[in-house]
Each structure stands twice: as structure tokens, then as C-alpha cells.
Design a binder for this molecule. Structure first.
Ligand code: ATP
Ligand code: NI
Length: 359
């Protein structure tokens, strides 16, 4: 327990000693993120605290869903892991990616651009980007972009290349008869599927999917997240960044909830979506806001990231807040809150006849 004068321990940090105590390497994660912090330097000395002290492990074969309101730092976190942040970003902490024969792991935050470009992006870490339209090359058809990626990552040539390219499109439910279209001829949902197809080609051990279901209708949401989940077979890992809590519930093993750049709760998906439910008041609010639950939005807005309070950033919106919240809460048992909710979720949190957030 952190005393009043001790700095708050970030969520997930307690796993450090536990995991390093294991000497046989059997419980070694695929990705180990520790105290990841990203600051953007702006004009006039303004500093944006986009990500603060984020720690988590992603195990082989696991899907971790990262959820939270718009602007809380989810995409910046993913960009940091891929070395895709702009020049005004400063990154601290570590993000160790483990692979066969890599005992100490590759620190993605410290790796040079040549290593990231040649051996990491697309090969060891795949990305379904949040803005697929911006990610696709505008002057080339989907087929030519997909074929190029297939050729580069699988070595297929000739007729095999054509067949593997079609199979790659089908895997992401991209219609084969649209392959000769240019990105601007695609709807948002089709561009999304093209980007997902591209990301899946390399069968990278770690896949980061940033809002991979935007613009898709419910059937396709389910098909897409199921395909992404299937990617974790054979020990691959999936970090699923999403606003769609129903999609997260469908495929995630664990859930990390971000608020104002920090992970405020890291929980088993079964506990989180079922009983006893989330324990951080913000996480409870997120679930209660769902139409299929209480349909009650959290009042207020998230804080500006260039003027964060010293204490809990959620306190101004929190019904459980007290004087203690002026101090940053230490993470205990996966929850960073001075007043976590304990026990079962109250009955008023669900509408009568509701089937939970499953759709
Ligand atoms: N290049 C940048 N320079 C300055 N600030 C940035 C930059 N990129 C992102 N930010 C800020 O960092 C914060 C986190 O942004 P991020 O895109 O990670 O949010 P998000 O959680 O992914 O939101 P959404 O759900 O809307 O995609 C935001 O306040 C954003 O304005
Ligand atoms: Ni985002």
C-alpha cells in the first residue's frame, strides 16, 4: 500500500516482481509495457500529457481490450508501440516485445527507426489503423496494395500471389469484386476492411487493432472481431482498442480502461462485463452508459490533457469523490481509485429484461 507521501504505483506494476520471479520463462508475456508515458511539446511551453504511467502485460494467445472515451490516449499508446509518434512527442518507460530466442525482449520505445521499419512494423507488430483512408495509398488500387504487402511478407509470386491476395481480402470480409477500386471509391466500412486485410497478411505475433470496427454494421463488427480474435490462435496477441464495449465483451480476455491518459482499471473480462462488474467508478459509468444497460451517460467531460490535476483526474465527475482524491490513487488489485466499488453491481444498473451488453 502506498502511503500519503509515496508516489502512486501504476496499474500493472505489481506484476513486475511476480513475473520476473519466474525463472523458467513459461509465464513470460508477449508484450510487457511499463510506465509508458507520452508527452507532446506544444507552442508556448504547453505540454499535453497524452499517456501517463501505463503498465500492462499481454500474454501469448490473449486479447486485451483497451477502452475509454475519445481523447484519452488510446491511439497515442498504439502509435508509441510502433514508433509512429510525431517529432514533438517525448516517450518514457519501456515496452518489451518478446519473441522466439529473444530472452530480454526488444524495447519498442528504444528501438531505432531502421529496426522498427525493417523487422517490427507489419512483421512482428501488425496495425489496423484508426484512419484507414489515410493509411491506404490513394493512387493505387486495393488489389495492388494488398498484393505488394503479400509479396513482401509471404514471398508469394505469380498465380500464388493472386490467390493469396484474394484470400487475404476474404479474410477481412473485403469483397473480392471491389479489389480493383481505389481508396476514394470505398465507403468507410470498406476502407476499414481493406486496412484490416492489410494488417492480417503478415500474421504478426502482436496485432494492434485501433477501432477496427468503425463504420461496420453489427454483423460485420462481429465477423471482424471474431477474425481478429482468431488471430490470437497459436500464441499470437491482440490489443483491441475500441469504443465498442459489446465487441470487447465478445472477444476480450481482459479489459484495460483508460481515463485522461492513465489506465484506471485492468480487469478480467468476465468479472468486468459480468459480476461483480467494474470497480472503478469511471469504468462503471462507461458500462452504465450503454443503451442495453442503464443508458445513463456520465455527466461532465474529461479534463484537458494540458491541465491535468495532481490527483485523480476523474474526481470532478465522480459521485464517490472526497478530499482524498486530491492525491493520485495507487493501483491496488488492478484499480486506481480511493473509493473503488466493491461487491455486486446494484440492480438499478441494469434495465429490466436487459440481456447485458451482448448484442
Ligand atoms: N501529434 C499530436 N500533438 C499533440 N497532441 C496530440 C497529438 N496526437 C494526439 N494528441 C492528443 O493526445 C490525446 C490523446 O489522443 P488519442 O488520439 O490517443 O485519443 P484516443 O483515445 O485514441 O481517442 P479516439 O477514441 O477519439 O480515437 C488527445 O488529447 C489528442 O489531442
Ligand atoms: Ni484513437
Amino acid at each position: 500500500m502506498a502511503g500519503a507521501d509515496q508516489p502512486a504505483a501504476p496499474i500493472g506494476a505489481d506484476a513486475v516482481s511476480q513475473d520476473t520471479a519466474t525463472t523458467d520463462g513459461t509465464r513470460r508475456p508477449l508484450l510487457r509495457v511499463r510506465e509508458l508515458t507520452v508527452r507532446f511539446g506544444m507552442r508556448h511551453g504547453r505540454r499535453i500529457a497524452a499517456v501517463s504511467d501505463v503498465s500492462f502485460d499481454l500474454a501469448a494467445g490473449e486479447c486485451l481490450a483497451l477502452v475509454g472515451e475519445s481523447g484519452c490516449g488510446k491511439s497515442v499508446l498504439a502509435s508509441a508501440l510502433l514508433g509512429l509518434l510525431p517529432a514533438n512527442a517525448r516517450t518514457d518507460g519501456s515496452a518489451l516485445l518478446y519473441g522466439p530466442g529473444q530472452g530480454t525482449g526488444l524495447d519498442l520505445l528504444a528501438a531505432d527507426e531502421a529496426t522498427l521499419a525493417r523487422t517490427v512494423r507489419g512483421r512482428r507488430v501488425g496495425l489496423v489503423p484508426q484512419s484507414p483512408a489515410a493509411h491506404l495509398t490513394p493512387v493505387r488500387t486495393v488489389r495492388s496494395q494488398l498484393a505488394e504487402t503479400v509479396r513482401e511478407l509471404t514471398g508469394a509470386r505469380g498465380r500464388e500471389l493472386a490467390a493469396v491476395t484474394r484470400a487475404a481480402a476474404e479474410r477481412a470480409a473485403f469483397p473480392v469484386d471491389h479489389l480493383d477500386r481505389y481508396p476514394h471509391q470505398l465507403s468507410g466500412g470498406l476502407a476499414q476492411r481493406a486496412a484490416t486485410a492489410l494488417a492480417l497478411v503478415g500474421d504478426a505475433p502482436l496485432l494492434l487493432a485501433d477501432e477496427p470496427t468503425t463504420g461496420l454494421d453489427r454483423d460485420l463488427v462481429e465477423r471482424t472481431v471474431d477474425e481478429l480474435r482468431a488471430h490470437t490462435d497459436d500464441g499470437r496477441g491482440l490489443l483491441l482498442i475500441t469504443h465498442d464495449l459489446a465487441a470487447a465483451e465478445r472477444v476480450a480476455d481482459r479489459v484495460a480502461v483508460m481515463y485522461a491518459g492513465r489506465v484506471v482499471e485492468l480487469a478480467d473480462a468476465g468479472d468486468f462485463f459480468g459480476e461483480p462488474g467494474p470497480r472503478h467508478p469511471y469504468a462503471r459509468g462507461l458500462l452504465a452508459a450503454l443503451p442495453e444497460r442503464a443508458f445513463t451517460p456520465i455527466p461532465g467531460m474529461p479534463p484537458e490533457l494540458d491541465a491535468l490535476p495532481d490527483g485523480c483526474a476523474f474526481a470532478p465527475r465522480c459521485t464517490r469523490a472526497s478530499a482524498e482524491c486530491a492525491r493520485l490513487p495507487a493501483a491496488e488489485e488492478g484499480v486506481a481509485c480511493h473509493h473503488p466499488v466493491t461487491g455486486a453491481r446494484p440492480a438499478v444498473g441494469r434495465r429490466e429484461g436487459s440481456e447485458g451488453s451482448k448484442v
